[in-house]
Design a protein around this ligand. Sequence first.
Ligand SMILES: O=C1O[C@H](COP(=O)(O)O)[C@@H](O)[C@H](O)[C@H]1O
Length: 223
Amino acid sequence: MIWHDYPDRDLLALDLAEVLADRLMSGLHHRERVCLAVPGGTSPGPVFDALSQVHLDWDRVDIMLTDERWVPEDSPRSNTALVRQRLLTGPASGARMIPLYADGARPEDRLDDLTRGIVPHLPIDVLLIGMGADMHTASLFPGADRLEEGLSDKAPILLPMRAPGAPEPRVTLTAPVLRGALDTHVLIMGEDKKTAIEKAAKLTPKEAPVACLLDGANIHYAA
Ligand SMILES: O=C1O[C@H](COP(=O)(O)O)[C@@H](O)[C@H](O)[C@H]1O
């Protein structure tokens, strides 16, 4: 882990947005298009606000979520809605969003379509990812029904996931896809998450799923 401490959450958001923008720009020097994967949940909003205002060639950026809750876009729990409202706005509105949700009663109904949409954009160039205090990352939750499959080196790209700690079914990128990212940034805020990530570094991914991607990852932290 490469640890980056920030004096407060506002500075973290501004500085991390700058780091991500730099990495995207350097990717765009070498490739026609770059892929940025981002988390949902409560933490990344301020980073999205800052990143969306940066002037770069957003028309050449593909954005996908690390995971999605199986809820329609008008739900306050939709990660897709968060990205549309806070990241795909201003200069960044030129970016293309790769869907991780489609109409269907269950994630299984649309998994193949969603996977087909993701494949051409891999590997992820820049990965921003979150973590819950229970050490889940993306929607790889401790105790989830398909966690073992999601952590396996042979995992498919995308898996449905159901877990005691998740109020609705999920879809999630799996460990090999997340580990395959060229550049990884974990965003954590609050003492409870600091304690959790330090603990996770000493556990197996089955016990602490975030452990599957900590090797060489940049951890961005503010209390
Ligand atoms: O449910 C989710 O939780 C994690 C952590 O979210 P936070 O609210 O504690 O920041 C998030 O990374 C993931 O994308 C999301 O679906």
